[in-house]
Design a protein around this ligand. Structure first.
Ligand SMILES: [Zn+2]
Ligand SMILES: [Zn+2]
Length: 143
């Protein structure tokens, strides 16, 4: 159902006033699976949208996370990355190429909670793996 909505309708639907900057930032995030940082989004977009500031990007992403249409990935504490795919999935970070890969989780992770957390309210679930991706392992990314 939500797929048929335009981005501005989608933002409205989630209580976000669809300004041009917000629409563009959401489109950027939604059409890329690179899990960009604020800096990367800003650097990529500022040529097309000179009125954009880094603060706007940061505030917009915070709003998206607040309204649960994006999530913040903090595999490294000094580096927040953003993801518009809000389905529960895991993230694998390659320590060689720094890429973050999505991976599917089986429904057990999504549905089963530890008894320790009975009667707790769970707002977010994250599963982070770190290692070396197959491309780096096999040397095909090296120049
Ligand atoms: Zn890699
Ligand atoms: Zn992801």
């Amino acid at each position: 159902l939500e797929k048929s909505l335009s981005v501005s309708e989608y933002l409205n639907h989630h209580g976000i006033k669809p300004s041009l900057h917000r629409i563009k930032i959401y489109e950027y995030l939604k059409t890329r699976d690179i899990h960009p940082t604020v800096d990367e989004i800003y650097q990529d977009m500022v040529h097309d949208i000179p009125t954009l500031s880094k603060t706007t990007v940061y505030n917009t992403l915070r709003l998206f996370v607040d309204k649960k249409i994006a999530s913040m990935i903090t595999i490294e504490e000094h580096e927040a990355r953003y993801d518009a795919d809000t389905h529960i999935h895991g993230h694998f970070k390659c320590k060689v190429c720094d890429k973050i890969y999505d991976f599917d989780l089986d429904t057990n992770f999504a549905n089963t909670d530890s008894h320790t957390l009975n009667h707790f309210q769970i707002d977010e679930k994250h599963l982070y793996y770190k290692g070396v991706c197959k491309h780096c392992l096999h040397g095909s990314m090296k120049t």
